[in-house]
Design a protein around this ligand. Structure first.
Ligand SMILES: NC(=O)c1ccc[n+]([C@@H]2O[C@H](COP(=O)([O-])OP(=O)(O)OC[C@H]3O[C@@H](n4cnc5c(N)ncnc54)[C@H](OP(=O)(O)O)[C@@H]3O)[C@@H](O)[C@H]2O)c1
Length: 302
């Protein structure tokens, strides 16, 4: 089958190649991938992967072989899935890494969901109850950001969305942001929760905006810049503030089903900001890293 694989020796860092068919274990199913999407990590770090690694983590498609042990979706079911090796015509997934796509939902758009949806859902859930809380989302124009804005609002929070320019803030109020700010200098009121995806000065500034008892979920470093905390800036009397890492993508199937149910109910929308053939993956990566995609870039595996 055809797949996009890591090729550290090329200028692009990847190439389309013929690779062996993936073989499911008894607890796995085989999916014909119709759409995948580009995540920041694949865009930025693919050349650092071992040569030949099939890239990609998000998939939407059809089950072509059900799990041998009888669990999970059946042949022909439409599924969204999370796991390695999705920039490919076919991919295998553990049964608890997939969710059936509800009738009526556009299969292609759901490929935008897995990585960014799981990350936004799990970091917000890990921050505790959101009802009446003030939540700051940095990098709100991006994939994780757009999901975090919507899910925080759905959870009852007042959402402050931080972006890099006014143009990048377009549409975020419609997704549920109460305030859209460029950078963090205009955030006047402290916040209970930060969903932080940019790193560098955004992390230190966001930390300084936390209320006592607040939590900063440090998800990513899209800026690639170092964060320098001023002396004593992590010292405070009273209820402690927390800075927490995130990287838990284990057993994602149930949370994918939850996210799909929100989409089906019209509670959140899927952030597809670019869509084209996987043969144009270079353009997708360039647009994403150039901060020109409003959300996710979806690849048609055609
Ligand atoms: N821990 C995990 O498990 C996990 C999971 C998913 C993602 N991540 C990480 O989270 C981060 C965001 O992922 P994503 O999928 O949302 O990426 P994305 O769609 O590319 O969005 C990133 C956003 O960050 C902002 N940004 C990019 N470069 C910047 C710079 N130099 N200075 C300031 N802001 C910049 C951009 O906003 P503006 O254009 O508005 O400035 C952009 O919209 C990445 O670092 C990714 O690796 C981690």
């Amino acid at each position: 089958m055809q797949a996009l694989i890591a090729a550290p020796d090329t200028a692009e860092g990847h190439r389309l190649a013929e690779v062996p068919e993936p073989v499911p274990t008894p607890g796995q199913l085989l999916v014909e991938v119709r759409q995948s999407s580009v995540n920041f990590g694949e865009a930025r770090f693919r050349a650092g992967m071992p040569a030949g690694t099939v890239l990609g983590y998000d998939a939407a498609g059809y089950v072509v072989r059900a799990a041998e042990d009888g669990s999970g979706p059946a042949v022909g079911d439409r599924v969204v899935a999370f796991g390695p090796g999705t920039w490919a015509e076919r991919a295998v997934f553990d049964v608890d890494s997939v969710a059936r796509i509800p009738d009526g939902l556009d299969l292609a758009a759901t490929a935008a969901l897995p990585m960014v949806g799981l990350t936004a859902l799990r970091t917000l859930r890990g921050a505790g109850p959101l009802l009446g809380r003030r939540v700051l989302v940095t990098g709100a124009s991006g994939g994780v950001g757009r999901l975090a804005v919507q899910l925080a609002r759905l959870g009852g929070a007042t959402v402050v969305a931080s972006v890099g320019s006014p143009a990048r803030g377009e549409g975020l109020r419609d997704l549920g942001a109460a305030e859209v700010v460029v950078g963090l200098d205009d955030v006047r009121e402290p916040v209970d929760v930060v969903v932080e995806t940019v790193g560098g000065d955004h992390l230190t500034r966001a930390w300084s905006l936390l209320k006592p008892g607040g939590i900063c979920q440090s998800i990513g470093w899209a800026s690639g810049a170092a964060a320098v905390f001023a002396p004593n800036s992590t010292f405070a009397l009273g209820e402690p503030r927390r800075l927490q890492s995130f990287g838990d993508t284990s057993r994602p199937g149930a949370d994918l089903a939850t996210l799909l149910a929100f989409v089906a109910a019209g509670d959140i929308s899927l952030p597809v900001g670019w869509r084209d053939s996987w043969k144009r993956v270079d353009d997708a990566i360039e647009a994403l890293l150039g901060r020109r995609v409003a959300g996710k870039a979806v690849l048609d595996i055609d």
